[in-house]
Design a protein around this ligand. Structure first.
Ligand code: IDP
Ligand code: MG
Length: 207
């Protein structure tokens, strides 16, 4: 593997050999901490993974993936909202806001699956509580489509804590608390794609 020109995207640039552990560890910036974050390497490639396990990906394919995903998001109606009978009203609000439902299922997450889904939060103090709660009863999982889907859906659901959520949002209307907050919404195009693939097989996604 030849050396790659490696840029953090913040003006810092280094030339490193991806397979030389020392030079990777000495990079003056971190990347990919538990998440797939691409860092530009040269003109045509992006480095994914992290310092210990970097891998190259062609930029043209990455751009293609990003472009494809900007109109998709993923949501779950959470156990307390399903149990309270709010699913129909929440689905109505989603459709009335211009989202198309490409996939939908009523399902129950095991503790293990809930833990995997919320893995990014495993260092946070509420992780155990969140996993117990999300596996406590049925959820309604949906793959949604709309222009600017991720940002528009986050706007529709409102702030994590219903006390801070704007009037007319799903969480303001139906959430019980910061933890039991009625719905999940993906926070990025990349996570939307991962979350949709986590819950649905390709033949369950229409559109
Ligand atoms: P988000 O769902 O608005 O993106 P995140 O910060 O990603 O919020 O947290 C994921 C989920 O973890 C929240 O939707 C909520 O169910 C739960 N959660 C977040 N913060 C707290 C908290 O302080 N106490 C209990 N549960 C929380
Ligand atoms: Mg989140």
């Amino acid at each position: 593997m030849e050396n790659v020109h490696f840029s953090s995207g913040e003006g810092k640039e280094e030339v490193v050999n991806l397979y030389d552990k020392r030079s990777m560890e000495n990079l003056p910036f971190s990347f990919g901490e538990g998440k797939e974050v691409g860092v530009r390497a040269g003109e045509s490639q992006i480095v994914y993974g992290n310092k210990k396990n970097p891998y190259l990906f062609p930029i043209f394919a990455q751009n293609l993936l990003t472009k494809m995903a900007t109109n998709k998001t993923f949501t779950m109606i959470k156990p307390e909202a399903v149990a309270a009978g709010h699913s129909g009203k929440i689905i109505d609000m989603i459709i009335a806001s211009g989202f198309k439902i490409n996939a939908m299922k009523l399902t129950k997450l095991s503790k293990e699956r809930a833990g995997e889904f919320y893995e990014v939060h495993k260092e946070r103090p509420f992780y155990g509580e969140l996993v117990d709660y999300m596996s406590s009863g049925p959820v309604v999982a949906m793959a949604l489509e709309k222009d600017n889907a991720v940002a528009d859906f986050r706007k529709l659901i409102g702030a994590t804590d219903p006390a801070e959520a704007a009037e007319g949002t799903i969480r303001k209307s139906f959430a019980k608390s910061k933890g039991e907050n009625a719905v999940h919404g993906s926070d990025s195009d990349e996570n939307a794609a991962l979350e949709i693939a986590f819950h649905f097989a390709p033949n369950e996604i229409l559109g």
